[in-house]
Design a protein around this ligand. Structure first.
Ligand SMILES: [Zn+2]
Ligand SMILES: [Zn+2]
Length: 145
């Protein structure tokens, strides 16, 4: 499985689907992604191979850590991210994977900041996934800054 930017210059080779898919509604993630909420699929950093040249942007988190996003300098798409709190993990924006068969998030955070658009999308996703999503949400706590 492969994630890549719009132009294809920057890519991440992934081992396959991951269970650790997290939606975040915080304002920084909204601005980073340009979407009402952002969804990252997390992998152990040693299982992901980066191909191409990345530029980096670092921002502080509310908890005093840092969050780094790595993006293509040509087209601007974010292809991976690292949370200082979880240095062994790497987050891949699900939109960069562009695979419609990816599973829905098992965790949704910063919902107090969610927009009406984000709420509508999340509610529909929850309806589609039904009890499977609720079951998974209680079964695991994937990382997030
Ligand atoms: Zn690009
Ligand atoms: Zn966020």
């Amino acid at each position: 499985m492969r994630a890549q930017c719009q132009c294809g210059q920057l890519a991440a080779q992934l081992p396959g689907p991951t269970f650790a898919v997290v939606a975040c509604h915080c304002l920084a993630c909204q601005r980073r992604s340009g979407s009402p909420f952002a969804v990252l699929a997390y992998y152990p950093v040693d299982q992901v191979e980066i191909v191409g040249e990345a530029r980096r942007f670092t921002r502080p988190t509310d908890e005093g850590n840092r969050f780094e996003t790595f993006f293509c300098g040509d087209c601007g798409s974010t292809v991976y991210a690292k949370a200082g709190k979880h240095p062994s993990m790497i987050g891949i924006p699900v939109g960069a994977i562009a695979n419609p068969s990816l599973q829905p998030p098992v965790r949704s955070v910063w919902e107090q900041k969610q927009t009406s658009l984000g709420y509508a999308a999340r509610s529909r996703a929850a309806l589609r996934a039904g009890s499977r999503l609720a079951l998974r949400a209680t079964a695991a706590r994937p990382p997030h800054p």
